[in-house]
Design a protein. Structure first.
Length: 279
């Protein structure tokens, strides 16, 4: 999984650092902090393009889902998903207690009694195939990103260097979107991004000069928790950086200096409302 819930610029702003010497260390700490938040919350805030399979039922509870590309069922139990549902055949319900048809992410799938089907292959193991975009995102939108800059040259599929018109809002550790392809930013030099293309299940593709770059957004509480945890990790590290981490008890060992359970739990307590019961 690629994507940090805060940027190096965020971290430097809190620490009062302008030097680029520790940029790689900071990015890795932000990555580690982001995955800690995922583990604690039992969900990912990064979005992923994937196909997932579920046992058939009348009603389905889902991992966080932003949108469905295709929904198919296998009612012959032969591994062939021959039934393709229209969007009018089902309802998607989101998180919350009210107006859940209009909240995000989506977590429940129910049949439309006026549609073409009476259920989702009930009684069949692995009877449901859903291709879509999964993850929590920003918690308010099916498109959890904002418009930013543009690319200045055509990109070939799999290209790892991206030239852009401006980098004012860009930072290493960010996840960006061009077309339907996600890129993870490793570093920035002047107006050139060094990236990992086609991450989180998206397909590497060509893009024309002038294509828009979008920056992924996350809930403000998650961003702040990532910053707080990363600041604590950075300030407690030795020069050689992070040595090891134990996610189970939230204890971290940084080159001989332990960041204790109580400090981490204090940070995590602030995002308890985002914690989901295991699916």
């Amino acid at each position: 999984m690629f994507g940090c819930y805060a940027s190096i610029a965020d971290l430097k702003g809190i620490l009062g650092i302008t030097s680029t010497t520790d940029d790689t260390v900071m990015r890795k700490i932000l990555e580690s902090s982001s995955r800690v938040l995922d583990n604690y919350c039992n969900r990912t805030f990064v979005t992923q393009t994937a196909t997932k399979y579920f046992d058939g039922a009348i009603k389905l509870w889902l991992p966080d889902l932003l949108s469905i590309t295709t929904l198919k069922t296998d009612e012959g139990n032969d591994g062939t998903y021959e039934n393709t549902y229209d969007t009018t055949d089902y309802y998607l319900y989101g998180v919350g207690l009210e107006d859940t048809l209009n909240t995000f992410p989506k977590i429940r799938l129910e049949i439309n009694p006026e549609g073409d089907y009476s259920g989702f292959a009930p009684g069949y193991k692995h009877g449901v195939e859903i291709a879509g975009i999964w993850g929590y995102g920003d918690g308010i939108s099916v498109t959890p990103y904002i418009t930013d800059t543009t690319i200045t040259e055509d990109l070939t599929a799999g290209e790892s260097v991206v030239d852009v018109t401006a980098v004012t809002n860009l930072s290493a550790g960010q996840l960006i979107l061009i077309g339907s392809e996600q890129y993870y930013i490793y570093s920035i030099s002047t107006l050139t991004l060094t990236v990992e293309p086609g991450v989180n299940g998206t397909t590497q593709a060509t893009h024309s000069s002038g294509a828009t770059i979008y920056i992924y957004q996350y809930p403000s509480d998650i961003r702040q928790a990532c910053i707080d945890l990363s600041v604590a990790l950075y300030q407690n590290r030795a020069k050689q950086g992070l040595q090891s981490e134990r996610l189970g008890d939230y204890a971290y060992v940084l080159a001989g200096t332990s960041l204790g359970k109580s400090m981490v739990e204090t940070i995590l307590e602030s995002i308890r409302p985002y914690k989901r019961m295991r699916f």
